[in-house]
Design a binder for this molecule. Structure first.
Ligand SMILES: *Cc1c(COP(=O)(O)O)cnc(C)c1O
Length: 465
């Protein structure tokens, strides 16, 4: 299997190349040259398999011959062995039509663990094949750093440095990162804000000698390996609800469009998903696009569902590429125009095509709290704020007569303040995190200066080489 860039000017790569490169050298996103397809009989044969086994079989066609199937199976087993639920991704029925697909039983209580835990093993494997070592650097506002750290902690061939803005993450978020004390993990609290941290990461990548010396890498949500690892849970849930012999719909709380794109990829592979409901908070660029062909950038406003507080959904470029019949030149021109004007021009006919399958939904913070309370009252189910937005979206826009799979992307205990506001009590952390406040923290502090950060990263990485 080869991958090509949505902008058409980066060299095609195989799965291992895409895993290590992330973004194409032309700024585009890698896409498989064609979508693997399972027949109805092949899908039925996946029913009832243990999750890790199903995941290996769904991901295998994307990996191609980069990794032997037995190795991929072993990596899937190891990646999901630490999850706190034996089903890995249990499906919980909330009412006659709505099912919560719980994607938060991994080490950091959010759906990113599903992809990143596997990515950690994939990195080790591919780097061992090449006899290389990489240093991953990233910045976090608090939310996503811990998933990357948990995924890479203890890996043989990866060092990881995550910058966070000192004093600007919640204590739970900071502790989820800083209590991971594996020798290949470096946490740095930067005197500055999240944008400063992101600028420092960009500057490290732009410093070509430093980038080469450290063999810098990243694990962004645009990495196709992460998309591939998010497809199996939609396959598993749809099969449990009667696919391929019955259609389903999905409702996904959406930020960067990676999770909903994986559901769409499952459909390309043969899973009968009839409708994709894109759920957002007040940062509603995708909702405005889907309802009125208005993809125009506005400022980001904070909300109760911070992982959906985005201005531009980077993975949307992949759907755009497909919509434009895989015309890379047209995709590149559309993206360049979008960058220049802040507004994406999608031809009306193409927009109508998207609208047949996708719908947009937006919910305010007040609506989110009301939905958390309602779901608790009616179904005795505690939904985190992200999940609650998607549950409300499913109620409003779920097609009559079809089961709706709601991606439950975070554990309610990750957002205790919002839950308390909605239902009057704070949810307990699950057992594997209950001693988080007693664990020892370890992190460096640094000024907002590139040279100081590079010295820290170099000294840290050289200790492990
Ligand atoms: C990252 C995240 C999302 C958004 O997922 P995308 O793939 O970026 O659309 C939604 N909910 C939670 C809890 C997340 O961590």
């Amino acid at each position: 299997m080869l991958y090509m860039s949505t902008r058409g000017r980066a060299e095609p790569k195989d799965f291992a190349g895409v895993l290590l490169a992330g973004l194409g050298s032309d700024g585009g996103l890698y896409m498989p040259e064609s979508w693997p397809r399972f027949s109805a009989a092949e899908l039925r044969a996946l029913r009832g398999l243990p999750y890790a086994e199903l995941a290996a079989r769904v991901i295998a066609p994307f990996v191609g011959d980069c990794i032997a199937f037995a190795d991929l199976q072993a990596m899937c087993r190891r990646a999901y062995a630490g999850f706190a639920h034996p089903a890995i991704v249990p499906l919980v029925q909330l009412d006659s039509a709505i099912f919560a697909l719980e994607l938060f039983h991994g080490p950091t209580l959010a759906f990113k663990d599903l992809a990143l835990q596997l990515a950690g093993h994939l990195f080790d494997h591919v780097l061992a094949q090449r006899d290389e070592r990489v240093c991953i650097v990233g910045a976090t506002s608090g939310d996503t750093g811990s998933a990357a750290i948990e995924a890479m902690a203890g890996r043989d061939r990866v060092d990881i440095t995550i910058l966070h803005p000192e004093g600007r993450t919640s204590e739970v978020q900071r502790r989820q990162m800083t209590t991971v004390t594996a020798p290949n993990v470096l946490n740095v609290a930067v005197k500055g804000n999240f944008d400063d941290c992101q600028d420092l990461v960009k500057a490290m990548f732009a410093d070509a000698p430093f980038r080469r010396e450290m063999n810098l890498s990243a694990v962004n949500s645009i990495n196709f390996a992460r998309i591939a690892a998010q497809i199996p849970y939609y396959v598993a849930a749809a099969l449990a609800l009667g696919a391929p012999d019955r259609e389903v719909a999905v409702s996904v709380p959406t930020g960067n469009f990676g999770n909903v794109l994986a559901a769409w990829a499952a459909r390309q592979m043969g899973v009968p998903v009839q409708k994709f409901i894109v759920a957002s908070n007040r940062n509603d660029i995708l909702c405005r696009f889907l309802n009125a062909n208005d993809m125009s950038v506005r400022g980001v406003e904070p909300s109760l569902s911070p992982s959906m507080d985005i201005q531009v959904s980077s993975n949307f470029e992949r759907l755009l590429f497909e919509l434009l019949d895989r015309d890379a030149a047209a995709t590149e021109a559309t993206m360049a125009d979008f960058r220049a004007t802040g507004r994406m021009a999608v031809p009306d006919g193409k927009w109508q095509e998207i609208r047949r399958e996708f719908s947009g939904f937006r919910l305010s913070d007040e609506g989110t709290l009301a939905e958390i309370a309602r779901t608790w009252r009616d179904a005795a189910y505690l939904a985190d704020p992200h999940t609650a937005v998607a549950v409300a979206a499913a109620r409003e826009q779920g097609p009559v007569g079809l089961p709706v799979i709601v991606a439950a992307t975070a554990h309610p205990a990750k957002f205790p303040d919002a839950i308390e506001q909605a239902v009057g009590f704070r949810p307990a952390l699950p057992p594997h995190l209950s001693d988080l406040y007693e664990r020892k923290e370890q992190y460096e502090r640094a000024p907002n200066e590139l040279a100081a950060i590079e010295t820290l990263v170099r000294n840290f990485a050289n200790r492990n080489r």
